[in-house]
Design a protein around this ligand. Structure first.
Ligand SMILES: CC(=O)N[C@H](C=O)[C@@H](O)[C@H](O)[C@H](O)COP(=O)(O)O
Length: 229
């Protein structure tokens, strides 16, 4: 079975501390590896992880594929923004490297296709294109992406933010592409998971709703009298 086959029809759990919270107590490779192990024990078919130390720790702990990325920067392209970041993620142990494949300029001046080539030259890792529009997905596949994810919908100028997941983009990508399309971004419950698979998703990624006590608690606390006192 190929790596991508092993993800088919399953839940991928994204184990990442909150990016805008440098003091998130979960920011620790050992902790993230234990969270990943718990997710796998619960049935996750793969783990998505950010940063070389977390990728390596999770790879050493779980026996499912690791989708690795390296976040760097805040505005513009920040998910595995350069070919160097992508190569480092592959060498740290990612089976699949998630790379920003939006049509925005990249900090190293290279193209997404250059980045795919760099990963192929140094490893067996596959490349997952994180996109925000259908056009970006089509271009990413032409440039060599092995799979495409809706990860960046709602986070670029070309894609207006929404509360829930972008099921429309997912359905359009499934129709337009011949590679697996992974649903990611603001999936929170079983109903949305069902909707994603009904729209043709290869797999669904859930992050904060599973792996961030800080994020979950912040959403629950406003419902308490204490919060409004
Ligand atoms: C846009 C961006 O930076 N997305 C990142 C991608 O790796 C993560 O911060 C996501 O939050 C996560 O993968 C999915 O989490 P949720 O299921 O909570 O959307």
């Amino acid at each position: 079975m190929t790596i991508l086959d092993s993800l088919r029809g399953g839940l991928v759990v994204s184990c990442q501390p909150l990016p805008d919270e440098p003091n998130d107590p979960m920011r620790d490779p050992y902790v993230q590896a234990r969270v990943a192990a718990a997710a796998v024990a619960g049935g996750a078919v793969a783990i998505r992880a950010n940063g070389l130390a977390d990728i390596a720790a999770i790879r050493a702990t779980v026996d499912v594929p690791v989708i690795g990325l390296v976040k760097d920067g805040s505005g513009g392209v920040f998910i595995t923004p350069t070919a160097t970041h992508a190569v480092e993620a592959a060498l740290a142990g990612a089976h699949i490297v998630a790379v920003d494949a939006t049509d925005r300029p990249r900090p190293d001046g290279k193209t997404f296709a250059d980045t795919v080539r760099a990963v192929r030259e140094c490893s067996q890792a596959l490349v997952l294109a994180d996109v925000s529009t259908e056009e970006e997905g089509v271009a990413a596949v032409a440039a060599g992406a092995d799979a495409v994810a809706t990860t960046l919908s709602g986070y670029t100028e070309a894609s207006p933010p929404t509360d829930g997941p972008d099921l429309e983009l997912l359905a359009r990508l499934v129709k337009a592409l011949s590679v697996p399309v992974i649903a990611e971004g603001r999936y929170r419950d079983t109903e949305q998971i069902g909707q994603a698979f009904a729209a043709g998703a290869h797999a669904v990624v859930m992050g904060n709703a599973v792996t961030s006590p800080l994020w979950i608690t912040r959403r629950l606390v406003p419902a308490t009298p204490r919060a409004t006192a």
